[in-house]
Design a protein around this ligand. Structure first.
Ligand SMILES: [Zn+2]
Length: 253
């Protein structure tokens, strides 16, 4: 599943072939809008990630928003190379002189003006993203503390609090400073919040660095019944915000 680090990883690859380039774009299985003809040839100004969203900025200032959710993926093929996925699953195809970039099975593809994106209740107003240079700790805590009675494990899944954290990251981020996911936001001490932020940066970066290699930073995700690496107690699981959550009931307080 594409949490923030994987999205940033894809964006780093896509930037090399799309940013600042003229492209032809095909929307499949159908065009986005009936009158959409402008992408026979367009210019991409910027490709960026914000949390789990891909944002592709065109020279006419519109933004193509793509979200992979649980199923989507990207491939970049040198021109003429055969694909390893069926074209029926292609959702958007970007053709450049040298490459073809394809997003497969992405459930969310939207073409929006900056204002439409900003005002969109679901896709706009994202929280700060720890992998972006514009991350603001102050803004993160402001958004976190807006709902003081919410459980911290639930708050970290809210993309309008922190963009890019998914189920794996929020479980591991809470495990490191020994904070139980059921704790209410307003019960966290200043020291715990500082530690939380430290581990947010650390684990986002760790995942980013380990893409394509063996993950050795995951300590409790999907390890229910196994021994806690801190205290040897058995890891438990429960449902929170509709997601399976893992925690150590002994050392996460
Ligand atoms: Zn433990």
């Amino acid at each position: 599943m594409a949490e923030g680090p994987l999205v940033h990883h894809y964006v780093n690859q896509l930037k090399k072939i799309l940013q600042g380039r003229g492209v032809r774009i095909e929307f499949r299985p159908h065009k986005l809008k009936d009158d959409e003809t402008s992408f026979q040839s367009t210019h991409i100004q910027k490709v960026e990630a914000h949390g789990k969203q891909f944002r592709i900025h065109f020279s006419d200032h519109r933004i193509l928003l793509i979200h992979l959710m649980m199923w989507g993926s990207w491939r970049i093929y040198p021109k003429g190379e055969s694909w390893d996925k069926p074209i029926q699953r292609a959702r958007v195809i970007f053709h450049t002189d040298s490459h073809t970039a394809v997003v497969f099975s992405a459930p969310v593809v939207k073409l929006l003006t900056p204002l439409e994106l900003q005002d969109d209740p679901k896709w706009g107003n994202l929280g700060p993203d720890p992998l972006r240079s514009d991350f603001s700790s102050k803004e993160f805590f402001r958004r976190l503390e807006q709902f003081p009675l919410r459980e911290i494990g639930e708050a970290l899944l809210d993309q309008q609090v922190i963009a890019g954290a998914g189920n794996i990251l929020r479980i591991e981020i809470l495990f490191r400073p020994h904070i139980h996911p059921r704790r209410k936001v307003d019960s966290l001490s200043k020291k715990e919040k500082t530690e939380l932020l430290r581990w947010i940066f650390k684990l986002f970066e760790k995942w980013m660095k380990q893409i394509g290699r063996q993950n050795n930073w995951i300590q409790i995700y999907r390890r229910s019944g196994k021994s806690c690496p801190n205290c040897n107690h058995s890891i438990e699981f429960f449902r929170q915000a509709g997601r399976i959550t893992y925690a150590c009931p002994n050392c996460q307080l």
